[in-house]
Design a protein around this ligand. Structure first.
Ligand code: SF4
Length: 239
């Protein structure tokens, strides 16, 4: 596990590593850049590079060892629903999450189709927050997929937000995160696109989390929206 600088979580836990690009949001993938760096530093877990998806059985015990309840981003360096992650392994990851109700596990995927195909195979405990990325209009279908699953808490990550999402439908969605892309090749995010999503959240009483503006100077751009920070999250139900 690793402490995370991602604003909406505390720790990352990566039972799988590696991925392949699937949509526009993947263009400047952070996990790919980090994998390259970690491989160059000689970190064994990342030695096979980014494009090879690998399951790490030796990470499955880790959540049992955390002494206090944590909020955990599962697979910041991969996508749990990638076609190369065997169903049996995904089931093992779910078992760990089911057996650790004191922690909140945030699982985020761009493979909403496979999630929907497999969702009946898993036990959806309240501590599993299932999210999908929606970066542009082409990826709005992922919301429909997510909505049809049995996940008890469902969220959207609109990051990197690449265009106005229009009249986004948020029925049965419990949380929305919005953020702009950062890094040397960051694409622009316009204020109106963010405000549109925020308005939809307000209308539907959905917690709204504004992560960052991003850009080439992420720290300077900050995370104020109309002079305020928005760090809303779903209520955590402790067992
Ligand atoms: S799905 Fe996520 S981890 Fe995989 S390439 Fe796209 S952005 Fe990177």
């Amino acid at each position: 596990m690793a402490q995370s600088s991602i604003e909406w979580t505390e720790l990352t836990w990566n039972p799988t590593t590696g991925c392949t690009k699937v949509s526009s949001g993947c263009k400047n993938c952070y996990a790919e850049i980090m994998t390259r760096r970690l491989k160059a530093m000689g970190v064994e877990k990342y030695s096979q590079g980014f494009k090879k998806v690998i399951t790490h059985e030796d990470t499955l015990h880790i959540p049992y060892s955390w002494k206090s309840p944590k909020i955990v981003f599962v697979n910041s360096m991969s996508d749990l629903f990638h076609k190369d992650v065997p169903l049996d392994f995904i089931k093992k990851v779910f078992k760990v999450m089911n057996e650790n109700p004191q922690h909140v596990f945030q699982v985020l995927t761009k493979r909403s189709g496979r999630l929907l195909e497999l969702h009946n195979e898993f036990k959806w405990t309240q501590n599993i927050w299932m999210g999908t990325s929606v970066e542009d209009k082409k990826t709005l279908f992922r919301i429909e997929d997510l909505r049809k699953t049995k996940a008890k808490v469902k969220f959207l990550s609109c990051e990197p937000l690449l265009e106005d999402l229009g009249k986004i439908k948020l029925k049965k969605i419990d949380w929305v995160i919005v953020g702009g892309e950062s890094g040397p090749h960051a694409r622009i995010m316009e204020t109106d696109w963010v405000l549109n999503i925020q308005d939809r959240c307000t209308e539907n009483c959905i917690p709204f989390f504004f992560k960052q503006w991003g850009g080439t100077r992420k720290k300077k751009a900050g995370r104020l929206l109309n002079g305020k920070t928005y760090d809303e999250m779903p209520k955590i139900k402790h067992p």
